[in-house]
Design a protein around this ligand. Sequence first.
Ligand SMILES: C[S@@+](CC[C@H](N)C(=O)[O-])C[C@H]1O[C@@H](n2cnc3c(N)ncnc32)[C@H](O)[C@@H]1O
Length: 238
Amino acid sequence: MRAKLDNRLTAAAALIIPGKPVADIGTDHLLLPLYLVQNGIVPRVIASDKARQPYENALALAQEQGLDQWIELRLGEGLEVLNPGEAATIVIAGLGGRLIRDILAAGKAVLVGKPRLVLQPQKDAALLRRWLAQQGWRIMAETIAYEGGHYYQLLAAEPGRQRLTRAEAEFGPCLLRQAPPLLRGYLGEEKSRISALIVGLNAHAGPAAQRRLRQLHAQLRKIKEVLAGLPCRESDRD
Ligand SMILES: C[S@@+](CC[C@H](N)C(=O)[O-])C[C@H]1O[C@@H](n2cnc3c(N)ncnc32)[C@H](O)[C@@H]1O
């Protein structure tokens, strides 16, 4: 079986350092490690999962494919499965931004090896970016992938210094600078999501709801501002 990646995991694969060992934390179906090794992109992958069933399934799959020499499965929580310097790239994809932050915070001893982090938060990307900047990480690259009707943000970070504006934390410093074609769609989706939340909250008069409403309106204004500043494209014309 040759691993075929969807757009989201293809975008993650494009951000890793080729030719050097990768760790895939929370690997589940093992698709990314299989793809990286089968295509000769990296010589070795450490693939981990904290849950026994996905770990055992992935272990059986690596053996069945005759790739267990190059893909090593480890069972365990977050970065606890790694030693410093074992992986040049650590991938954590498909988890919430808050959980990714908690995994990184608990695994600081492993991060002294100064790996590249390839992260794909399902939500709370701003919280993750702020934490990275506070903890001495610099965002080197970002992409957006569109898959199954959803937009996904991906980022690569390396040790370094970075100060983020509010908009950069929300929408990504590289994404704002480079304005890739999918950014407009992603912001449009965010605009609809936040507008729907505002409509839902308008009925609630309590102080907590009012505070949240003010935050959401501020977010919406920021999105409109960013959208207005994006360069025009041929496809934007009617
Ligand atoms: C939604 S899947 C994502 C799979 C793959 N990374 C992807 O992006 O398609 C999440 C996997 O991460 C595992 N997981 C969740 N929290 C974890 C943690 N703290 N440490 C290791 N694995 C974890 C889950 O057991 C599950 O198999």
